[in-house]
Design a protein around this ligand. Structure first.
Ligand SMILES: NC(=O)C1=CN([C@@H]2O[C@H](COP(=O)(O)OP(=O)(O)OC[C@H]3O[C@@H](n4cnc5c(N)ncnc54)[C@H](O)[C@@H]3O)[C@@H](O)[C@H]2O)C=CC1
Ligand SMILES: O=C(O)C(=O)COP(=O)(O)O
Length: 527
């Protein structure tokens, strides 16, 4: 059973994946004060929010059993991602569900701004039939500057072209190919703001975009420019904006987002040139349903042990790739755990080699699981796929992911190699059709062993009686052998036994096995 706390209003329809999941308990507690949130968050495994609840480091530190934070929307600037990652908390969002709604809202704001619709309506409500004060401008033939041409920016650009506007855009991460496909002219931020009649921003709020439109930027803009911000408060410097409106440089502004939200009183709203909505870009029935379904789906996937679709603090993997790597996640974790039991001493290098059908796809989710399995045995349960790489970095372990065309006859093969000052240990595994996860090689020995809970790895001399003595010794401890594989490098030389047994082999039984003639090393492995 996992407990989910929902802190901001989410679509009830969208909560179905969670409500229908028999192993989840959902508590909807909106409008909690910071103190109440700090007090309650420690009881939950999952936390779902929109933009209103701030998940800062204090909340994360109080969230001692939290495993996943779901942001039912795009922007994660209200979540301390660094603190979440360090604590091994996965953050997921819903990046696609509200694109259309946010783009439509931006266009609605653009048109309302150009034709003074809110101001005119307000006058009418105040019983004034005033046609002179609200003469607008046409969009046709005007230039729209789009800053940030991602999902929403691109949709806005396309719609603006439908209004016969010219579109120029700035986005440092956009390929020319995509810009060409959208039929948009790209430029630097200065080039864009110098030619635009209307400017709309669609970037995330990050260090680089904080006050991107500041006093210096306003000076470069055309006199009478109009601005739209349906992305994040803080991309436009509100104090500089206020002054630019007062000076007449900026003729109109449409704002859906603000530097501090929520508020009831804002100095920008005292100006007649400013129209505004209270962060409504994503507030449609359709968007809310989809974003809630998307985060709830990911939460359920997470607790079912499946890879999530929209991770924020892990690299995202496309759906078709996820489908291919998913069956290997558990194999990866078990191989990591296995090789940890084999290797002694300070680890210098940790290499995961992929071949066969894994050769051409993004295997990073598997590598994270291998590393998690490996580090968990050393550092405990606090290690997970979210923070495994961070822990490896801190331990000075170099993690290398490698691909090779050498399949050794398997459809796919994962080999984990661990290099310490003293030795190099390696183990290879695969998924065999109908037989599940198998270990197929340990160091230089070929084996075929199911990856089961209790394993015993024995190095011995290839001499008559060695196998029998091991069997007898385990029988005396009432440990039943389920399967046994024997391999040797050469007749009479170094050899190994790989046993799967029905119960945990305790340290004293391992020590007893080590005293037997021709037995060189014994390792009990728990997966
Ligand atoms: N008002 C509302 O209710 C909503 C607001 N949003 C906000 O809209 C923004 C954009 O969302 P999406 O388009 O879905 O995100 P996205 O990630 O698809 O697009 C963001 C774009 O900004 C670009 N970018 C990043 N740094 C930049 C920089 N320094 N200068 C210029 N461009 C830069 C990226 O390359 C990317 O193309 C986010 O801040 C999001 O939080 C999203 C949905 C609803
Ligand atoms: O998705 C986003 O980034 C938004 O800004 C939407 O915010 P909301 O979920 O409506 O509080």
């Amino acid at each position: 059973m996992f407990k989910v706390l929902i802190c901001d209003p989410l679509s009830e329809e969208g909560l179905k994946p969670l409500r229908e999941n028999p192993t989840s308990q959902v508590d909807v507690l909106t409008n909690l004060s910071k103190e109440e949130l700090l007090d309650k968050v420690g009881n939950y495994d999952a936390l779902l929010v929109r933009s209103q609840t701030t998940i800062d480091a204090a909340v994360i530190h109080a969230a001692t059993r939290l495993k996943i934070i779901g942001r039912a929307g795009v922007g994660v600037d209200n979540i301390d991602l660094q603190a979440a990652t360090e604590q091994g908390i996965l953050v997921v969002n819903a990046p696609d569900g509200n694109t259309n709604s946010a783009a439509e809202h931006s266009i609605a704001m653009l048109m309302a701004l150009a034709r003074n619709i809110p101001q005119a309506f307000h006058a009418l409500k105040n019983k004034q039939w005033d046609r002179k004060s609200f003469i607008g401008v046409e969009l046709k033939g005007k230039t729209l500057g789009v800053i940030g041409l991602g999902r929403i920016g691109a949709e806005v650009a396309q719609r603006a072209k439908g209004q016969r506007m010219k579109v120029v855009a700035y986005d440092p991460f956009l390929t020319l190919e995509k810009a060409e496909k959208l039929g948009v002219t790209m430029g630097t931020v200065d080039e864009v703001i110098q030619v635009a009649d209307f400017i709309t921003v669609h970037t995330p709020l990050v260090k680089e975009t904080k006050h991107l439109l500041n006093r210096a930027a306003f000076e470069k803009m055309k006199p009478g420019v109009q601005l739209i911000n349906c992305a994040r408060g803080g991309i436009i410097d509100e104090d500089a904006l206020y002054d630019a409106i007062q000076s007449g440089k900026v003729a109109g502004v449409a704002l859906d987002v603000f530097e501090v939200e929520p508020f009831v009183d804002h100095k920008l709203l005292t100006l007649p040139q400013v129209i505004a909505t209270p962060h409504l870009g994503a507030s449609t029935v359709e968007a809310q349903e989809v974003v809630a379904v998307d985060v709830c789906d990911d939460v359920v996937r997470y607790f079912n042990g499946q890879a999530v679709k929209n991770p924020v603090n892990l690299s995202a993997v496309p759906k078709d790739v996820l489908k291919k790597v998913e069956p290997y996640l558990q194999l990866g974790e078990k191989l990591g755990s296995f090789v940890q039991d084999l290797a002694n001493g300070l680890i210098e290098e940790f290499r995961v080699v992929y071949s066969g059908e894994l050769q051409d796809i993004d295997v990073s989710p598997i590598t994270r699981n291998v590393l998690k399995g490996f580090l968990r045995s050393r550092l405990g349960e606090s290690v997970n796929e979210v923070n495994a790489k961070l822990f490896a970095d801190r331990l000075g372990i170099t993690v290398i992911e490698q691909k090779t065309s050498q399949t050794k006859g398997f459809t796919s093969l994962i080999t984990v190699e661990v290099l310490t000052k003293a030795e190099m240990r390696k183990v290879s595994g695969t998924l065999l059709n109908g037989l599940g996860a198998r270990i197929v090689r340990v160091d230089e020995f070929i084996v075929d062993v199911p990856l089961e809970a209790h394993l015993v790895f024995i190095r011995h001399k290839d001499q008559p009686g060695a196998i029998g003595r091991v069997g007898m010794s385990l029988a005396e401890e009432r440990i039943n052998i389920a399967t046994m594989q024997v391999g040797r490098a050469e007749r009479g030389g170094a050899a190994i036994m790989m046993l799967t047994v029905d119960k945990h082999v305790k340290a004293k039984s391992v020590e007893k096995l080590k005293t037997l003639a021709d037995i060189e090393d014994v390792i009990a492995i728990e997966l």
